[in-house]
Each structure stands twice: as structure tokens, then as C-alpha cells.
Design a binder for this molecule. Structure first.
Ligand SMILES: [Zn+2]
Length: 269
């Protein structure tokens, strides 16, 4: 992978014959106590020094990723629009900065259905963000959750399920990464012998969870399963030389994973 363009809200890379663009929707600040040590114990004053704080809080980037094969663009996650804190919702500006025509986004897929991933389907002013959307893919286990979101009501019937093992076209296959949410999924994109795992919320706090992947997140629906999925994807990325793209890795959120000590290390690209 090589970076070909970048700006405040985007970075575009080659992956074989494809272009992968990281899009910055914004960030969200969260209390330290969301991080869980063994035994589901929250961190407090014992938070390791390696974790940077902003006004005493953890700062999580919120990113989405576009896959462009030259004909069509698949968007993985869509940010929060105006459905959560006002520090998010910049996806439309990020797409514009990256030179991505929203009319070419025909497929949107969600890694899971938490609000910082799905609400960007609808702009803050209520219009559709992707006027020529043809396919909306939601993890099968989360279709019901998706259909409880009143703000996205006009997409409830359009949503189609996918599951681990499915393939989207020639370049994308889906790997189960359940735990953070019941259908949480990873998209493995391959071209020209290169691979990237677009892995959603596998890591929330990169300054800690590569080094100590056993640390979980309060909002992991199943903490043990989330930990197992994280360890499995970290090992896959490190051992099979897959790049990774994370919704909450520091923007642009793309890099390599290497084994380090008993854990792993992230090398941003
Ligand atoms: Zn998230």
C-alpha cells in the first residue's frame, strides 16, 4: 500500500488495483472507565501512562473507509452524522476533500450497527447522503437492531443481511469478528497480492489494546468474545501481512500490525 493523496479529513492509498480511502468523520471523547482490565474491572488512576488523555478523557477517532475499483465505490461504515456528539459528522466534507462523488457510492456496508457507524446514511439536513445507493448490507444478527433506528426508517426495508464467509464482488470477503456487537464483522479486501482488514471496532484505544489485547471496552456486548476476536484478527494481520483499517484507530487509521513482546504493535501508514 502506498499513500497517494491526503488532507485534513482523508488519506487515499493504493491496494493492488484498488484505491482505499480513509475518511475522517471526527472524534469522540470517552471516560477512562470504559476500558476494562481482566475481571471486567474499569481503569481509573491505574491507567498506563502510554495512553494519552484529552481533558482527562480518551479520544477516539471515528473513521469510515471507501473501496474504489474504478467503476464502483463500496463504503464501509458512514460515521455518526448529527445523531451523536457534534465532534462527528464530517463524512460529507471528507468525501468531498477526497474527490469521491457520492453518486458513485452504490454499496454501503456496516461493520456493526452502533450509531457512530450507521447514521451517516442520512445527512444532518435530512437528505440521503448517497442518492444512488443500490445495496445496503447489515450483519444478519443486527438487522433487528438496525430496524429500531427511527432516524434511518426509510432504509429499514432496503437493508439486506450478510454473514461471515460471504463475498462481495471479486475483492471483498467477510470475516466474523463477533463480540463488540452480535454481528460485528471484518471486511478483508484483496488485490494484486495485497490485503487489508477493515475491522471496525476491533480496537478502540490503540495506545493500549495492541500492547495489551486482553483489555476490553465497556460497550463490548460480549467482552470475552470481543477479546477472542481481537486476538484472532491481530494474529491474522501480523502473521499473514494484512494491513488493517480501524474505525477508531487514530486517523487515518491504516497501518500494519507486528508482533511485539507478548502482544502486538501498530505501525501507522
Ligand atoms: Zn464504533
Amino acid at each position: 500500500m502506498h499513500r497517494i493523496t491526503s488532507g485534513e479529513l482523508h488519506s487515499t492509498y493504493t491496494l493492488g488495483d484498488l484505491r482505499i480511502t480513509a475518511l475522517r468523520d471526527g472524534y469522540v471523547d470517552m471516560p477512562v472507565g470504559r476500558l476494562r482490565q481482566r475481571g471486567a474491572k474499569p481503569f481509573g488512576d491505574d491507567l498506563p501512562e502510554q495512553v494519552p488523555l484529552f481533558g482527562g478523557q480518551l479520544r477516539l477517532s471515528v473513521n469510515a473507509f471507501a473501496i474504489d475499483d474504478g467503476n464502483e465505490i463500496i463504503l464501509i461504515d458512514t460515521g455518526a452524522a448529527n445523531a451523536w456528539h457534534p465532534t462527528m459528522g464530517r463524512l460529507p466534507q471528507a468525501l468531498d476533500e477526497a474527490g469521491i462523488d457520492v453518486e458513485k457510492v452504490r454499496t454501503v456496508c456496516f461493520t456493526h450497527t452502533h450509531l457512530d457507524h450507521i447514521h451517516g446514511l442520512v445527512l444532518a439536513d435530512g437528505r440521503d447522503a448517497f442518492p444512488r445507493l443500490a445495496r445496503l448490507l447489515v450483519p444478519r444478527q443486527e438487522l433487528g437492531l438496525f430496524r429500531t433506528e427511527a432516524r434511518l426508517k426509510r432504509f429499514h426495508e432496503m437493508a439486506q443481511p450478510f454473514e461471515a464467509g460471504d463475498r462481495l464482488g471479486t475483492h471483498v470477503d467477510i470475516i466474523g469478528a463477533h463480540g463488540h456487537e452480535v454481528g460485528h464483522s471484518c471486511f478483508r479486501v484483496s488485490s494484486g497480492g495485497e490485503h487489508i482488514l477493515i475491522w471496525g471496532d476491533t480496537v478502540h484505544v490503540p495506545s493500549l489494546q495492541f500492547d495489551r489485547p486482553e483489555v476490553t471496552w465497556e460497550f463490548d456486548e460480549d467482552q470475552d468474545q470481543a477479546r477472542e476476536s481481537r486476538l484472532r484478527l491481530l494474529a491474522l494481520a501480523a502473521d499473514d501481512h494484512c494491513f488493517v483499517a480501524g474505525a477508531h484507530l487514530d486517523s487515518p487509521g491504516i497501518g500494519r500490525v507486528v508482533r511485539s513482546g507478548g502482544g502486538f504493535r501498530f505501525e501507522p501508514l
